[in-house]
Design a binder for this molecule. Structure first.
Ligand SMILES: *Cc1c(COP(=O)(O)O)cnc(C)c1O
Length: 393
């Protein structure tokens, strides 16, 4: 199956585990145990119950009639924005923290960009009575204040990452540094399909509930489990991996990723890793990343903090390389326009990240009979400040 890496964590030539020696034991412990634990009935019973009663799953699959008319296809939104805490992130965090508890960990750390992963992690730590520390770029702390306040209210410590571009990449560096210094009692909850093996596979499995539900819901609504298109935005790639997962081996389903072009892929202010990235190693895995000719990681730019990352999950680097999925660059402006379009036509304010997936609709020529599922990864409350700066409200 093309959605699963080999034993060393490689999807084709991408993936693997490139880690400092100090973390070897932690990553090895995860690698040896994750499948053994998450495949037990006891784990699955607790995980499924929390997904249902705490996260609020299954999330609806909603037919958007106005957008369907406009783009000439039957368009559904998978409403991950209705998950508890406002995005798909909680699916993965619940899974990882249930796993961490079974490995005897007492302290949870996480990195966060838009703050959604930090909020999700702080939320589950509050529920489970675990200590929580979240690393966040100081630039992101400024532009995502509501989420910073939520994390603090939930009892998490929020530590600013002041190096580099002061965004997600730098927060990830800080989290890794902290983990190196506290390897025994700490689990690092990575928020996307990135990092050393087994993280990309583990996160994709926890998020795969999205495509599992889509299949069931399409069968009920359309009499067929597979759509013609699945579209999702791609930061590190977890909501897209979850939305693609159970369709990867179905060649008739076209898989479309929307990545953040920022001010344009040629502008130098972009996060369009698939379109301009080259092979290299970032945060523990071999993948595509934006780097200078001498291998320094470049600063990414996107109006959306959750997509502002110079790397991409190895599963997506592989799906791109094999041609199985296509990735369109979406500019800041296109995303903001799409957010207003969705809001005014359907009464749903999307997260800026998810607005990139909506914007991808205008790049595709559909047939009237096409069934299209757009994964609406999160809600837009956290982005009101940005929206109000770009259009007079
Ligand atoms: C974090 C986030 C993303 C980007 O992360 P992926 O791992 O690429 O899914 C997208 N949408 C929302 C709403 C987010 O919070």
């Amino acid at each position: 199956m093309d959605n699963q890496p080999n034993k060393q964590g490689y999807y084709g030539k991408f993936g693997g585990a490139f880690i400092p020696e100090m973390l070897h034991r932690n990553v090895e412990e995860l690698k040896e145990n994750y499948l053994k634990i998450i495949e037990t009935k006891e784990f699955q019973d607790e995980f499924q119950l929390l997904l249902k009663d705490y996260v609020g799953r299954p999330t609806p699959l909603f037919h958007v009639q106005n957008l369907s008319k406009k783009y000439g296809a039957k368009i559904y939104l998978k409403r991950e924005d209705l998950c508890h805490t406002g995005a798909h992130k909680l699916n993965n965090v619940v899974g990882q923290i249930l796993l961490a508890k079974r490995l005897g960990k007492k302290h949870i750390i996480a990195e966060t960009g838009a703050g959604q992963h930090g909020v999700a992690t702080a939320t589950v730590c509050a529920l489970m009575g675990l200590e929580c520390t979240v690393f966040m770029g100081s630039k992101d702390i400024q532009r995502q204040q509501p989420n910073v306040l939520r994390m603090k209210m939930l009892g998490a410590k929020v530590i600013p990452a002041t190096s580099g571009s002061q965004t997600l990449k730098d927060a990830t560096n800080e989290a890794i540094r902290h983990w190196i210094n506290h390897p025994d009692d700490t689990h690092y909850v990575i928020g996307s399909t990135i990092g050393p093996h087994p993280y990309p596979d583990m996160v994709a499995r926890f998020q795969s509930v999205i495509s599992k539900e889509i299949r069931k819901q399409l069968l009920e609504k359309e009499g067929c489990e597979t759509p013609d298109y699945v579209i999702a935005c791609v930061g590190g790639g977890s909501n897209a991996a979850g939305a693609f997962y159970h369709f990867i081996d179905e060649p008739n389903v076209k898989l479309i990723g929307a990545e953040a072009a920022g001010e344009g892929i040629e502008s130098g202010k972009t996060a369009a890793t698939i379109n301009i990235g080259t092979e290299g190693i970032i945060h523990g895995c071999k993948t595509l990343l934006m780097q200078s000719t001498d291998g320094q990681v470049l600063e990414a730019h996107s109006v959306s903090a959750g997509l502002d990352y110079p790397g991409i999950g190895p599963i997506h680097a592989h799906l791109h390389e094999s041609g199985r999925a296509k990735y369109y660059p979406i500019t800041d402006k296109e995303a903001i326009d799409a957010a207003f379009e969705l809001t005014r036509s359907e009464g749903i304010i999307p997260a800026l990240e998810s607005a990139h997936a909506i914007a991808a609709l205008s790049k595709i020529k559909f047939k009237p009979t096409d069934i299209v599922v757009v994964n609406l990864s999160g809600r837009g409350d956290k982005d009101m400040d940005t929206y109000s700066k770009h259009q007079i409200l």
